[in-house]
Design a protein around this ligand. Structure first.
Ligand code: ADP
Ligand code: MG
Ligand code: MG
Length: 887
């Protein structure tokens, strides 16, 4: 034994802090056991054992067998039963349990220990043959599926046939004789399919089950889930072996799932579902539609009371909303699992804020716990209240948010169409873990069966996808690929919408509006602002976005890309005129047309930000981006030339048009660059064509004056892009200062402006001390800085090799999404140090995609930057992440 006798821990030996070793399920079973809660006893085979199993090529590690046997003997003593004993047989469940919860992704087998002999023992001891054989048929089905890989549908077919034969509506109507017959059918199926019988040796059952659970760590759906949720592949799963308790022994028995609060809205009420006379998986698998937990209060008031009390106790103990599995055996409550409950983004905010209100969490803890992904979802679209809707059915509101797309009836098709850029709604009778790639690809999920805790609901909530489930009015025909709701038929490819907040299923597309911030979110954001030291500004290029940014709490505009203003269709002609100009004079005429437009833009920005800084970046992209595509232009020119050549007497007008096209084509060709991202762009334009930057700065200062006159405070910060050498900045800065003097005149004191630069060329970062002499601020343009530091083009690399690198783990993250601390981060830190040494009050920030990425925000805080700037919709997220960075 290489492990010093430590492959196995009894529930008494563990606690909630041991998740890495015991898995989440095992650690929490241990914690509950030691808190004195009614948990059936058992033990956990650690994740270390699973890792050792994989390391040795799928062999049980040395020493595991005797340890498990010893733990099993202990369990037998506790239960006063024996594994495989004919009269008093011990039955156990063999349950997977990963470190990070992966609901339904891996396998579990119940009722292990039943064979032809022990089943008679159970029947005799319980006086209930129906129950004993119900357990046996369940074992064989689960075993056949998990160990022998036989599709569940083949067992279900036999079950349906039997039910038809004995005239049973529901499973619970089947009597002992029926189950005995089914057990034989199941056994035949196994022999026929695998060429070997269902094992009668209980030890063989146990070890095959453990092996299967280990293997289930690497089944296809678990792998997809891990990838989506960034769970490390090396972790492995624990295996819990636990004495069975039975919810299928009669009408005073049952099984269910409860959340301590509503996982969709966050409301503080017990929320969940149960089934009487049923076992474990029945509730989650959607075999029968379960009853809401409130019914339990009427059916079994005593059980309900102790469940409610236990739920409250668990919530206080864990200081978080819990998702609890329970079973009732002859009126006695048992707990089988607890974990932090998955919840919608909306619920997460409400629950966190409420727990602070209840004194269970501090503000810092509440902020630290916020899942950043949730904030993304909160700003998800919803259906406007006044929209006219063609509601065809209503199901359960399982995961909030609205989605619209074409109807698709299986996961593979959903994935295919989404890949082709189409928006799809995945429609299934119920989802199973095999559908996960379809859920991932879909805009939203709709099911006709299964409750609020069904697989579809749990997974969709986790991913932030809108979901409506248990919509029983729908008749879904998988073969015909259509669904009927009353008279309405929705076929594959038809437009359909769902509203996961109300449960509505709507025919056709619906308009979606962006969501509003809830009172709880605003409260949390307020707390975050009190904690964070990193500023949060917005990237916005027009007044509407600037207004939005302020609503979301931006403390200024960190990046206004003036070229976006150039691209508006009413401006493009003047922009092209400027580019096509042959002389400086011609260019100035065109620029004079652009000036009032730019001035208008800047006025709008200043007004929206009233007194907050607005960082305006002078023209950055290569000029050819504003001209038509060369190939198209060549074709149009050729066509027109041919037309004119054919008709001898062409009008002068057409000849002039042709001349214009030819000039444009010449210009496009002359501007062509092999590598435009490293070409004539950024301040290089400002050096070669100073009139352009002059016009832009003049517009800035004129706008400032207009605003100042009407009492709007302005804080313009003019930013020079793509500086590599201090001389470039010095040249541009001098001209900016001259323009400022000329325009502002005696108003100079009321318009305190700054001139700074992007640091996005590695040379600028390296010579930051020289550059700081000329700059009031640095804004790290991490998109370009990453592309130049890595030497890979963002526009080309992502689709070609970067995703391959990330998939194959050559890189931990896509460096264009998450700032590369080791490389690009060093340049930033270096530039900060050198820059601040020269100018202590140098203002520093990051703009670009990284400004809205949580991990990158953590870096920015640690590096000592003053602010990050990101898109308006990511501002709330950045405020929370900045606070988390400080906690
Ligand atoms: P999953 O991770 O898929 O939820 P679990 O291991 O939690 O798998 O088990 C599946 C179902 O079986 C759950 O409903 C659970 O409560 C039930 N179950 C597991 N072990 C036992 C047991 N020892 N007695 C009764 N029910 C059990
Ligand atoms: Mg479970
Ligand atoms: Mg750039």
């Amino acid at each position: 034994n290489t492990n010093g006798g430590n492959w196995v821990k009894s529930f008494e030996q563990g606690n909630a802090g041991m998740k890495a070793d015991l898995g989440g399920k095992g650690a929490n079973l241990a914690e509950m056991t030691n808190a004195g809660l009614p948990v059936p006893p058992g033990f956990t085979i650690t994740t270390q054992a699973c890792r050792a199993y994989y390391a040795s090529g799928a062999r049980m590690p040395d020493g595991l067998v005797p340890e498990v046997e010893a733990a099993l003997r202990e369990l037998e003593t506790k239960q006063q039963k024996a594994f495989g004993d004919a009269a008093q047989p011990l039955l156990v469940s063999v349950r997977s349990g990963s470190v990070t919860s992966m609901p339904g992704m891996m396998d579990t087998i119940l009722n292990v220990g039943l064979n032809d002999e022990t089943v008679r023992g159970i029947a005799a001891a319980s006086g209930n043959g129906r129950f004993a054989y119900d357990c046996y048929r369940r074992l064989i089905q689960m075993f056949g599926n998990v160990v022998f890989n036989i599709e569940p549908i083949r067992f279900e077919k036999l079950l349906h046939e039997l039910k038809r034969k004995v005239g049973a509506e529901q499973d619970r109507d089947v009597q002992a004789e029926g189950w005995i017959e089914l057990v034989e059918k199941y056994k035949e199926l196994i022999v026929k399919t695998c060429g070997k019988p269902f094992p009668q040796s209980v030890d063989e059952q146990l070890w095959l089950a453990v092996d299967a659970v280990f293997r289930s760590w690497n089944n296809a759906r678990a792998k997809v889930y891990r990838k989506v949720n960034r769970i490390p592949d090396e972790q492995g799963t624990a295996v819990n072996v636990q004495a069975m308790v039975f919810g299928n022994k009669g009408d005073d028995c049952g099984t269910g799932v409860v959340f301590t609060r509503n996982p969709s809205t966050g409301e503080n009420v017990l929320f969940g579902e149960y089934l009487t006379n049923a076992q474990g998986e029945d509730v989650v698998a959607g075999v029968r539609t379960p009853l809401p937990i409130a019914e339990l209060e009427k059916e079994m008031p005593g059980v309900y009371a102790s469940l409610k009390q236990t739920a409250e106790r668990l919530e206080r103990h864990y200081r978080d909303m819990q998702d609890i599995e329970f079973t009732v055996e002859h009126g006695k409550l048992y707990l089988l699992q607890t974990r932090g409950g998955k919840r919608s983004a909306q619920a997460a905010m409400k629950i966190s804020a409420d727990l602070v209100g209840d004194g269970l969490l501090t503000k810092e803890e509440a902020i630290a716990r916020i899942e950043i992904g949730h904030l993304d979802q909160l700003l998800h679209p919803a259906i406007p209240a006044d929209a006219k809707l063609d509601v065809v059915a209503t199901g359960l509101p399982a995961s909030p948010g609205a989605a619209t797309g074409e109807a698709v009836f299986d996961a593979d098709t959903a994935e295919e169409r989404a890949r082709a850029g189409r928006r799809v709604i995945l429609i299934r009778a119920e989802t199973t873990p095999e559908d996960i790639h379809g859920v991932l690809a879909a805009e939203g999920v709709l099911t006709s069966r299964g409750g609020m805790t069904s697989h579809a609901a749990v997974v969709a909530r986790g991913m932030g996808k809108p979901c409506v489930c248990g919509c029983e009015e729908l008749r879904i025909d998988m073969e015909a690929r259509e669904m009927r709701a009353g008279e309405v038929v929705i076929r594959d490819g038809d437009a359909v919408s769902i509203d996961g907040s109300s449960g509505r299923v709507i025919l056709g597309e619906v308009p979606l509006r962006s969501a509003e911030m809830s009172a709880e979110l605003l409260q949390l954001l307020g707390w975050a602002d009190g904690i964070r030291t990193l500023g949060v500004a917005a990237n916005a290029d027009n007044p509407a976005d600037a207004v939005k940014a302020r609503e979301f709490g931006a403390e200024g505009i960190g990046l206004c890309r003036t070229e976006h203003m150039f691209l508006a269709p009413d401006r493009l002609p003047a922009v092209r005129e400027m580019i096509l100009a042959e002389t400086k004079q011609e260019r100035e005429i065109a620029l004079a047309k652009l000036l009032p437009m730019q001035q208008d833009d800047f006025e709008g920005m200043f007004r929206a930000m009233d007194g907050l800084p607005v960082t305006i970046r002078l023209l950055d992209p290569p000029l050819h981006e504003f001209l038509p595509n060369a190939e198209e232009l060549r074709q149009r020119t050729a066509e027109l030339a041919a037309e004119i050549g054919a008709g001898a007497d062409a009008a002068d007008e057409r000849r002039a048009q042709l001349a214009g096209l030819e000039a444009m084509l010449r210009k496009v060709r002359s501007l062509h660059e092999a590598n435009p991202m490293l070409g004539q762009r950024g301040c290089r334009l400002g050096v070669l064509f100073p009139e352009i930057y002059d016009m832009q700065t003049e517009a800035v200062f004129r706008a400032a004056l207009t605003c100042i006159r009407v009492g709007v405070k302005v804080v313009p910060e003019i930013m020079v892009p793509l500086v590599g050498h201090v001389n470039e900045l010095r040249f541009v800065r001098e001209r900016i200062e001259r323009t400022a003097e000329r325009i502002l005149g005696d108003q100079a004191d009321s318009c305190r402006y700054k001139v700074g630069t992007m640091i996005e060329v590695p040379r600028a970062a390296l010579t930051a001390d020289q550059i700081a002499e000329c700059a009031d601020f640095f804004s790290f343009g991490t998109n370009d800085l990453t592309q130049m530091t890595y030497g890979c083009s963002r526009d080309d690399a992502e689709g070609k090799f970067l995703s391959h690198y990330v998939d194959h783990k050559l890189l931990p993250d896509n460096p264009f999404q998450t700032l590369d601390r080791d490389g690009v981060g060093q340049l930033i830190e270096w530039a900060l140090r050198k820059g601040k040494a020269v100018r202590g009050d140098l203002k520093t920030g990051v703009c670009g995609e990284h400004g809205g990425d949580p991990k990158s925000i953590f870096f920015c805080h640690a590096a000592g930057l003053d602010y990050v700037s990101c898109s308006p919709y990511r501002i709330p997220l950045a405020r929370i992440a900045a606070a988390q960075a400080r906690i």
